[in-house]
Write a protein that binds this ligand. Structure first.
Ligand code: NAG
Length: 319
């Protein structure tokens, strides 16, 4: 009862319930997520490094890809290390300030990803629907503005929400039914007035996810209409192959995000929700580089050359 005393006994530590109380599963989960984390980091860092190092990949499409890979290394790193530590040590407490910081980086990166994905689809739209003007429209300077703009907007946009969140008072219960500090599970625990925060969060999430989503959707509609108008089958296939992987990534990303946030929050669906959040926090950064880049001829070629150089360098060192 005294825990619920408002104001004078605010809680500074919360508990992340994670995947529940399954001691016999902790080690297995730890190993699985550790492997996922290592593979995600290795793949994404490899792609970002290739894009920076290889002259042939210095085009807007690959700059966007490189930036997306960078973003995904950060994204996994906001969620996974913390989760691995608590699976390993069994310590599930997290201080309120770290929890809010985690949510800040997580949400800023989600917003940046939405923007980057829409910039990438706009890039594909120009390449397929306006091929004659592509080089002029999507020049290096514009590409730089779009990427830098995405990062800045993402990180600035979430500051307002974080300022409001940092003023929340928690007075128990303290258990967050998730494996990271997500918005709704965290604010639900607060005993402050949530009116302003909820309105601001609603406006922000609409502006920063719906606008990029509509932009992406429109670009792909134009792309599909253009492709359908191409008379020859080989021409159709060629045009489609340059954007099919983008389409897969965008569909998976928005699909899981929409399902996770739109599903009614009933008890039975809550665990399903956890699975979906594993999907967009853990699985997409793992799969994206595979879908996007490692199937791509130019990236494979760059990788082969880079490996060749490493082998040559190793031989020189041996001599
Ligand atoms: C990100 O984009 C910028 C500008 O388009 C580019 O110069 C930079 O190399 C990209 N970063 C990576 C890691 O690809």
């Amino acid at each position: 009862m005294e825990n619920r005393d408002r104001g004078n006994q605010s809680v500074t530590e919360l508990i992340l319930l994670g995947f529940g109380n399954l001691p016999e599963l902790q080690t297995l989960l730890f190993l699985v997520f550790l492997v996922i984390y290592i593979v995600t980091m290795a793949r994404n860092i490899l792609i970002a490094a290739l894009v920076v190092a290889d002259q042939h990949l210095h085009t807007p499409m690959y700059f966007f890809l490189g930036n997306l890979s960078c973003l995904e290394t950060c994204y996994s790193s906001t969620v996974l290390p913390r989760m691995l530590a608590s699976l390993l040590t069994g310590d599930r407490t997290i201080s309120v300030s770290i929890c809010i910081t985690q949510f800040y980086f997580f949400s800023a990166l989600v917003a940046t990803e939405c923007f980057l994905l829409s910039m990438m689809s706009y890039d594909r739209y120009l390449a397929i629907c306006k091929p004659l003007h592509y080089a002029v429209l999507m020049n290096d300077r514009f590409c730089l503005q779009l990427t830098v703009g995405s990062w800045i907007t993402g990180f600035l946009a979430m500051i307002i929400i974080i300022i409001l969140m940092s003023q929340l008072i928690f007075c128990g219960p303290t258990e967050i039914n998730s494996f990271f500090c997500d918005f709704i599970p965290v604010i639900k625990l607060s005993c402050s007035d949530l009116h302003v925060l909820k309105v601001v969060a609603f406006i922000c999430s609409s502006v920063f996810s719906v606008i990029p989503f509509i932009l992406t959707l429109t670009s792909y509609m134009c792309i599909i209409i253009t492709i359908l108008r191409i008379p020859s089958t080989t021409g159709k296939q060629k045009a489609f192959s340059t954007c099919s992987s983008h389409l897969i990534v965008v569909t998976i990303y928005y699909g899981t995000l929409i399902i996770a946030y739109m599903l009614p929050k009933t008890d039975t669906l809550r665990n399903l929700n956890k699975i979906f959040s594993v999907f967009y926090t853990v699985v997409t950064p793992l799969l994206n580089p595979l879908i996007y880049s490692l199937r791509n001829k130019e990236v494979k070629e760059a990788l082969r050359k880079a490996l060749g150089k490493c082998v040559a360098f190793a031989r020189i060192m041996e001599m």
